[in-house]
Every structure is written in C-alpha cells, then in structure tokens.
Design a protein around this ligand. Sequence first.
Ligand SMILES: [Zn+2]
Length: 228
Amino acid sequence: MNIILMGAQGSGKGTQARVLGPELNLVKVATGDLFRAAIAAGNELGQKVEAILARGDLVPDELTNAIVRERLAEIARAKAAGEVEGALFDGFPRTAAQAEALDQILADHDDRVTVVIELQVDPEKLVDRLSKRRVCANCGAVYNLEADPPAVAGVCDRCGGALVQRDDDKPEPIRRRLALYAEQTAPLLTYYGQRGLVEQVDGDRPIADVTAAIEVIVEKRTQTKVTR
Ligand SMILES: [Zn+2]
C-alpha cells in the first residue's frame, strides 16, 4: 500500500501523516524530513538543498527524486521482510515529473500508488494560520500564536529563548509558496485523476474528523479494515 497525501503547506497533511503512518504501518516519506537530514549531513547535496530553500524556491526534481529513490529502496527491503506495509508520501510528489519518477521507482519494486488523498483548505485561511507561526531562536521549538501559543508572549516554554517570526513565515513568502504549489500540483492532480486515484478530503475540520475521513477512503480502496 502506497498512499500520497497532498495539500498545501498548513493544510494539516503533516499531522495526518504522523497519525496515519503508525496506524497503517506505513513509513512516512516526507521530502522536508529527507531534505533536513541531507542538510544536517552537510554533504554537497545538503548544501545545494539548503541554498535553494533559503531562497524560498522548490528543490529541483532530479535532486528530490534521487533522495526519494534511496529512501524507497530501504522501504522496499523492509516491506519484503514483512516489517512494513508500504510508504506514506507527505510533500512528494509535487510535480507531474516527480509523479512519473515515483511510478518508475515503485514499478522497479513491483509496486504502485494505491490512492492520492488531497486535503483541501481555503488558501487565505492558510496564510492566516501560517503567519502566526513563531520559532524559538535558541532551541527551534515551534509555536502558533493561535493554535499553540507559548505561556508567556514572545518567550519559549522549553528554554526561555526569544520567539521569532522567520522570514519564510511572513504573508508574502507564504502566498508565493501557495501560488507555486497550486500551479505545480494542478497537472499532478490531473495525472493521478485520469487514473481515478484522487480522493478529495475537506481539511478544514478537526484533526480526528479528517483522519476518520481518510480511513474510510483507505478501507474502500484496499478492501481492508483499518484497526484504530
Ligand atoms: Zn526554546
């Protein structure tokens, strides 16, 4: 089973991936995590990724695909050993070219995409939500002034460090990313839609409701009962 979660930044797909991964015994494949690991490793690949993200741009397909291919080889080994059911994609693929690459990578392991879940949330709600993000300058803890505020305004609960708004979290860069996202994912939804793989879910609801809606879709698609 290979599930692709789609949705703009702030749509809650990361949260859903954290819940659904363990529940369905799927390994989360989030390019954000893979990029951070590459950056932390400090190798040439990581330095490239870091510079691209600092500009607010998207990492090019060939770099992303190479990183994902490596990860999927590991997951295929775990699947063959009966340790996991498959992969849960969060933030990948982002373009039709990446989707084609993913199909090829999965086919190399005699595997395929099971379903594509699109979480839908109004973009201006996302701008509002994301621009309330604050990050601790000292320990990196993340807060949201509305959903998850610190006990004392401007001060990190964990370490007492100062909370700052990253440039990335200001409305203009957010709008720019959302516009890029919409522009790039439209062909992707067409690509999967033509094969009847896309299911839309209203993401502007409580987390548990969104999870339940996705579970129903997975049960329908795989003809298996999800153990909650
Ligand atoms: Zn802190």
